[in-house]
Design a protein around this ligand. Sequence first.
Ligand code: ZN
Length: 102
Amino acid sequence: MAKDYAKSFYKSKAWQRCRASFIGHRRSIDGGLCEHCKSKRGYIVDHIIEITPENINDINITLNHDNLQYLCLDCHNTKTFLKHKSIDDDLFFDEEGNLFQK
Ligand SMILES: [Zn+2]
């Protein structure tokens, strides 16, 4: 699922540390519940502003707790689904993954 440019980031020590400390922080608040439905356990640390090739080196985006949310798998999938659904209406990707507006 992760794009090529993001693969090395997700494997980096800096991200592993950031992710672990974020999960520890969430657990200290509510035991580590999903921040969206607040009923299931968090499963994925999600970037609110998604990582792109343009911001991959911007630690204010990639390693900033304010840009992270802890989601259960269901909420993460719903978010991903809704995003792609809204894109379908007036935006599309070409074969190389470039975004175009109709
Ligand atoms: Zn949830």
